[in-house]
Design a protein around this ligand. Structure first.
Ligand code: HSE
Length: 438
């Protein structure tokens, strides 16, 4: 037997908090693959208890493991707490208690991590426990460990991706059918791709929490959900989708985290979630339906892309089990996984000062001097135009303008001023652009 397959460590006892779609899969895999997991961890990994709100509602689970007292389970003789309940309270206190008592935590709780990771890491440091959370962002996709470990020697400059499957499903469907937002959301709900209350997804809260986690890890700094500029998809119209299509682009809701260098050379971090037009040739454009994908740019590694299922019982359980084996192995060998890395302490750049590019589609009067007048408004706001396309109709013209990079506030002010011009009949579509040379 090789050293790696030796199972001589003390049994690692696991408390599972929450047993919904993901928890059920975690419990199943933990039981069915017990021998393999033990061989990989170097010790048996045993499910010691499962906390659920209504034990009587779970006849499928081993009854002797069930409890409705999560706090007592956390305090009991367990080594690792796997938290799959979600939300802030009361989970936050349970996990802080676990970490302070030296119990490692594996969690998928993006909302908690996006606001309270500093205190969770501090609690972990106070006892030397591990805090792992691969399942909190992009489900099954191994993404956080590459950011925390594999790329720890590199300098990441940008992380940009589709991290919310519900909105990606809706935007993909709008792109393929040409239908509007409201009816596509209804269809997504009917098919089970959107929650009964879809607010967290469609208004970008879910993606913003994930952006905060990604930015913190990628740039070794602290970014919370409230630092993330957030726009959802409810204002994306069929006209926006059609305007994108006409130019060989598509619309995606992206979480974008990047290092931004000011004119004086000082660095800051931009973290934002908003709809974006990207070229149909961009790798993220081909990520359809409920899938997730994240593009990472690093100085030495270049461009990397991570793709896979961002939600669902078994895919998310895969990430949870990976973390569980890692923390169990750390306990067996007496080490710890990565701690918080926030040494860079970069300021978060306000959205208005973040350089972005806009696509503006206008319906204008078709007469001499209109293009010049519109261009003058861009110039007055110091926004440089990258491309203009005009298509004549009868007595009006469709004018599409794509800008170079400019501060977002200047672009917003430009669009507002253009909307008030007499020669502009309608601002048909305004959207930020990514994935093209600036
Ligand atoms: N609600 C998320 C989504 C999955 O739609 O992708 C969990 O993070």
């Amino acid at each position: 037997m090789t050293e790696m397959s030796t199972v001589d460590g003390k049994t690692v006892r696991v408390a599972l908090l929450g047993c919904g779609t993901v928890g059920t899969e975690v419990a199943r895999l933990l039981t069915e693959h017990a021998d393999e997991l033990a061989a990989r961890a170097g010790a048996p990994v045993e499910l010691a208890g499962i906390a659920v709100r209504r034990p009587d509602k779970h006849p499928e689970l081993p009854q002797h493991l069930l409890t409705n007292d999560a706090a007592a389970l956390v305090e009991s003789d367990v080594d690792v707490v796997v938290e799959l309940i979600g939300g802030i309270d009361p989970v936050r206190e349970w996990l802080l208690t676990a970490l302070r008592k030296g119990k490692s935590v594996v969690t998928a709780n993006k909302a908690l991590l996006a606001e309270y990771s500093a205190e969770l890491f501090e609690a972990a440091d106070s006892s030397g426990a591990d805090l792992y959370f691969e399942a909190a962002v992009a489900g099954a996709i191994p993404l956080l460990r590459p950011l925390r470990e594999s790329l720890a020697g590199d300098r990441i400059t940008k992380v940009m991706g589709i991290v919310n499957g519900t909105t990606n499903f809706i935007l993909s469907a709008m792109d393929s059918t040409g239908a509007g937002y409201a009816e596509t959301l209804d269809e997504a709900s009917r098919l089970g791709y959107a929650e009964a209350d879809p607010t967290a997804d469609v208004d970008g809260y879910d993606a913003a929490s994930k952006a905060a986690i990604l930015a913190s890890l990628a740039f070794h700094t602290r970014v919370t959900a409230s630092d993330v500029h957030r726009e959802g998809i409810s204002n994306v119209s069929a006209s926006d989708i059609a305007a994108a299509k006409a130019l060989g682009r598509t619309v995606k809701l992206l979480s974008i985290c990047e290092r931004v260098e000011g004119e004086d050379g000082t660095e800051s971090v931009s973290a934002r979630v908003h709809p974006v037009m990207i070229p149909r040739s961009h790798p993220l454009a081909n990520v359809g339906g409920a899938f997730n994908a994240v593009f990472v740019e690093a100085d030495a590694a270049g461009s990397l892309m991570f793709y896979g299922q961002g939600a669902g019982g078994a895919p998310t359980a895969s990430a949870v089990l990976g973390d569980l084996v890692a923390v169990a192995r750390n306990r067996v060998v007496g080490g710890r996984g990565p701690r918080e890395s926030a040494h860079a302490q970069l300021p978060v750049r306000p959205m208005g000062q973040t350089p972005t590019r806009y696509h503006v589609s206008l319906d204008v009067a078709d007469k001499p001097g209109v293009l010049a007048q519109v261009a003058q408004v861009f110039a007055a706001h110091e926004v440089s135009i990258a491309a203009v396309r005009q298509r004549d109709r009868h007595d009006t013209a469709s004018l599409v303008i794509v800008t170079h990079l400019a501060p977002d506030a200047a672009l917003e002010a430009t669009v507002e001023a253009i909307g008030k011009m007499d020669v502009v009949n309608e601002v048909v579509s305004v959207m930020r652009v990514e994935g093209e040379d600036s």
